[in-house]
Design a protein around this ligand. Structure first.
Ligand code: GUN
Length: 283
């Protein structure tokens, strides 16, 4: 039987409607949550992401400001932009779109964002708080996956959860969130021997390895829940995930499509974090 589709677009729309209500209540109390998005250079994919973030803020009633800096911006110039945003009372959240030009240190930039405005949750203060189970902000993509599981009635407690990929943005924090939800978690990656033997044990399989159609139906346990975080462009121009949807959906019980799965949830969680930052700033 074909797997049930987990509809990220629908879940994102529902969650954004809830956020819009909370923004309206906050505005009635005189506070408008504000997000600053900084982009350096002209990476076309980054420009699309930034535009979508700005638009999403407007749709839930938040203030947002896009700061576009030229490719030649120096590290010091960017750091001084961030220092000003750190001090502004109307800006609750700050996001610097990655990747940055090669002459700018991502690490220095991430460290320069005030942790209480770090709505990406990339600052070591926030990754540390996540590690010890006391986070202020959850990293957007993994948090979006957890909301999708919850809203699809998937209980993580006691389940074998396998995360494929170990990036700082997705794989590692994903493992921590599944662990916090009482899953038994395995992280595997490109150097794992016999990866299929590991993925076949997963009741919940989250894939974020960045390779098109990498996980096929024969690597999935019958009845598993499959979450595809991948976003790859095929030679024919079509978007595809890290999971081969056709073969996987013959085996899984539930699966996220690409596009229309995890993608719409990531920006939703950014809105959630901005709201949270505003609440922290106006206690
Ligand atoms: N580039 C790709 N994904 C992300 C993200 O989640 N946050 C930021 N700041 N940049 C990104």
């Amino acid at each position: 039987m074909a797997a049930e589709r987990i509809d990220g677009k629908r879940i994102a729309a529902e969650t954004r409607a809830e956020i819009a209500e909370k923004v309206a209540a906050m505005k009635a109390g005189g506070v408008t949550p504000g997000l600053a998005v900084v982009i350096v250079g002209e990476n076309p994919a980054s420009q699309v992401y930034v535009r979508n973030k700005h638009k999403a803020c407007g749709e839930v009633g938040m203030y947002s400001e896009v700061i576009e800096l030229p490719e030649a911006t120096t590290e010091d110039e960017l750091l001084s932009v961030l220092a000003k945003l750190n001090e502004r009372a109307d800006i609750d959240g700050i996001l610097v779109q990655l990747p940055l030009p090669k002459h700018i240190s991502e690490e220095k930039v991430i460290h320069a964002i005030r942790p209480d405005k770090d709505v990406d949750a990339f600052h070591p203060f926030n990754t540390g708080k996540l590690m010890i189970g006391n986070p202020d902000f959850l990293p957007c993509t993994p948090a979006g996956v957890m909301v999708m599981l919850e809203k699809s009635g998937v209980n993580v407690t006691g389940k074998n959860c396998v995360v494929v990929g170990r990036s700082n943005i997705v794989g590692k924090p994903m493992a921590l969130l599944l662990l916090a939800a009482n899953g038994t978690v395995t992280v595997c990656h490109s150097k794992t021997p016999d990866l299929a033997a590991v993925t076949r044990e997963a009741d919940i399989l989250v894939v974020a390895i960045g390779r098109a159609d990498f996980i096929t139906g024969d690597m999935i346990k019958p009845g598993a829940v499959v979450i595809d975080v991948g976003m790859n462009r095929r030679a024919d121009g079509k978007l595809t995930g890290d999971v081969d949807f056709a073969s996987a959906s013959e085996v899984a019980s539930m699966i996220t499509p690409v596009p229309g799965g995890v993608g719409p949830m990531t920006i939703t969680m950014l809105l959630e974090n901005t709201l949270r930052a505003a609440a922290l700033h106006h206690k």
